[in-house]
Design a protein around this ligand. Structure first.
Ligand code: SAH
Length: 248
């Protein structure tokens, strides 16, 4: 049986999915709650990664070792970094890197020691379907009762992860420039994706990820983030994951 893990960082992001889960069964493991069940005809396990790279890596490992999932998708929110990546837009990840990993001068900056690479690629087929599902999901939300997302865009590209909530225009610009110097043009920043991507790489489990932009990682980020997470993150995840599962 193909079982799909759907991972979110925050409870607010997971809520919309949990609401629709059929035959829900809660299993507590490694200090976390995992929800097994059916979603749109697919066997799934819903999990909260918690915040940060280590917590996310533990969650991904448990999903693979204990729950035997054969593919994984991450849905969450992120700060927009590139120009033109606005609050309410969606970024589908093609690759991840850890912006706070620096073992230079022994290894090139951002490279994960002993892997010979800084970036970890997402699964191409799952990512293509996730991109389509995100476009269709946004169209669905724009037609919905509030119609608030009619000009939201779906982007595709590199996302950076690190153990830091980036919330300052100066910091965000410096981070973006440092990454650019290393040849990495990032669209968005968050705190878990690269860890999950690395665990999935280790186990050969196909991985895809989608992040809705909750803030611009600037001086307003700490204000924009909680409002967005509370009001809309859940509906985005529901709309996108629903279509993605149906297309698998
Ligand atoms: N104060 C919050 C903490 C949220 S941390 C709380 O109590 O729940 C931010 C979460 O959203 C992380 O899971 C991260 O992946 C994502 N995120 C959104 N905007 C971000 C930004 N500007 N920088 C880093 N992570 C961000």
């Amino acid at each position: 049986m193909t079982r799909t893990a759907i991972v979110s960082a925050l409870a607010e992001e997971q809520f919309g999915l949990l609401e629709l889960l059929q035959q829900p069964q809660k299993v507590s493991h490694a200090g976390r709650d995992f929800w097994q069940g059916q979603l749109h005809g697919q066997a799934v396990v819903l999990a909260l990664s918690r915040i940060g790279k280590v917590a996310a890596a533990t969650t991904a490992t448990a999903l693979i070792e204990r729950f035997k999932v054969s593919r994984m998708v991450f849905t969450g929110v992120a700060g927009g970094m590139a120009d033109g990546v606005h609050v309410g837009d969606v970024v589908v990840a093609t690759e991840f890197l850890q912006h706070d990993l620096d073992a230079s001068p022994i290894f090139p900056r951002y490279e994960v020691p002993l892997y010979g690479q800084a970036r970890f690629r997402c699964d191409e087929a799952l990512t293509a379907l996730l991109f389509e599902a995100s476009q269709a999901g946004l169209t669905g939300l724009a037609r919905g009762p509030r119609g608030a997302w009619s000009d939201a865009a779906v982007h595709r590209g590199l996302i950076a992860s690190g153990d830091r909530f980036v919330s300052g225009a100066t910091e965000s610009r410096a981070l973006r420039l440092a990454l650019q110097d290393g040849g990495h043009a990032v669209l968005a920043v968050e705190m878990e994706g690269a860890a999950v991507a690395q665990v999935c790489f280790d186990y050969g489990v196909p991985f895809a990820a989608v992040r809705t932009i909750s803030d611009r990682a600037d001086d307003q980020a700490h204000v924009d983030f909680p409002v967005f997470v509370k009001d809309v993150a859940s509906r985005y995840a529901q709309a996108i994951v629903h279509r993605w599962l149906k297309s698998l």
